[in-house]
Ligand binder design. Structure first.
Ligand SMILES: [Zn+2]
Length: 330
């Protein structure tokens, strides 16, 4: 798998020579890699470049202290499989059994009636479909649209359907704590006193800083989502619950989420990407197989007795959100 190979290359260079390898260097080596490893030959080069780009992003986030050290990606169970009886192939869409409807970018036009075989491969979080067309004997590669479902969290900023999470940055947590401390101090000062005025100014300053940092973080994250994905699925925000919520942490998270969706929507609109908002009811109480799995907030692991899925509950929710979005499109 290219992602892991490229990561290994970076680590070796650093350990043995103390040098860093960057995206541009790894990208230049792709033709050599394709010659020496036939398994990469069949892959559309855009996909390989995207894969290297994602690794580079993971490192950049680590260097900026926004995320932990990049991890190796585990091989997917369904890394490659063939459908002898092809599903519906329409312009812009393909139906893959077990996966559902997915949107594809087709590099070449073809007649959907004569498709005899579909071969599906997965590279990192992107799917590649090879279509064999009978009669004309054409084999084509199409890359599926990159899609992501996002579930907002309280402790972590968000969980993604690609099984990663986005943490709240430490500098932001610190700044928020400082603001709270100043607010407590202000409440203890006597009204009309000079100390109170000073404390007020401190609170205002800390507040401005938190607001600016949070905005900056949300801009960065929404930019990354729109750059990396063609379809982004999120949950509609429940306004009623937001007002009812008394917990400060919850209301801060909700406010951030609302702003995040706003940023996403205008960035996606400008780039021709798609943002799909799905109804929020039950996304945390359902399994991908459709079974209802009731869990209280304290239960962090989703365990389904029907299909056996066992995973971080927020990641499962993110997948459900994506699944619902695709259902809405199809
Ligand atoms: Zn299940």
């Amino acid at each position: 798998m290219l992602y892991n190979t490229a990561k290994q290359q970076r680590e070796l260079a650093y350990k043995q020579f103390g040098t860093s390898i960057f995206y541009s260097m790894q990208q230049k080596e792709l033709p050599v890699l394709k010659r020496e490893f036939p398994e990469y030959k069949e892959v559309h080069s855009q996909v390989l470049q995207d894969c290297l780009q994602r690794l580079d992003d993971a490192y950049q986030r680590f260097f900026r202290k926004e995320a932990g050290y990049p991890r190796y990606k585990s091989k997917d169970r369904y890394a490659s499989f063939t459908y002898p009886q092809p599903g519906a192939v329409k312009k812009g869409y393909v139906y893959l059994p077990k996966i559902g409807f997915v949107r594809m970018k087709i590099h070449r036009e073809f007649d959907g009636c004569h498709v005899t075989q579909l071969n599906v491969k997965r590279y990192a979080d992107q799917w590649v479909v090879n279509i064999t067309v009978k009669g004309e004997e054409i084999e084509m590669t199409s890359s599926i649209e990159r899609m992501v479902g996002i579930d907002v969290g309280l402790n972590t900023f968000a969980a993604l359907s690609d099984e990663t999470t986005i943490e709240n940055p430490r500098y932001l947590r610190k700044a928020e704590k400082r603001l709270k401390r100043y607010q407590r101090r202000l409440s203890r000062k006597q009204k009309g006193s000079r100390n109170r005025e000073r404390a007020k100014r401190k609170v205002a300053k800390a507040y401005r800083k938190v607001t600016r940092q949070r905005k900056d973080f949300l801009h960065k994250q929404s930019f990354r989502m729109v750059r990396d994905y063609d379809l982004i699925a999120v949950e509609q925000l429940k306004i009623r619950n937001m007002i009812q919520s008394r917990r400060l942490a919850k209301s801060i998270a909700d406010a951030g989420w609302r702003k995040f969706i706003t940023y996403l929507s205008y960035k996606a609109g400008r780039q021709g990407k798609r943002l799909v908002e799905v109804p929020a009811n039950g996304t945390s109480q359902t399994c991908l197989c459709g079974t209802e799995v009731i869990k209280t907030l304290a239960i962090r692991i989703h365990t389904c007795s029907v299909c056996g899925l066992m995973q971080n509950r927020d990641i499962v929710s993110a997948k459900i959100i994506l699944q619902r979005a695709l259902g809405m499109i199809a």
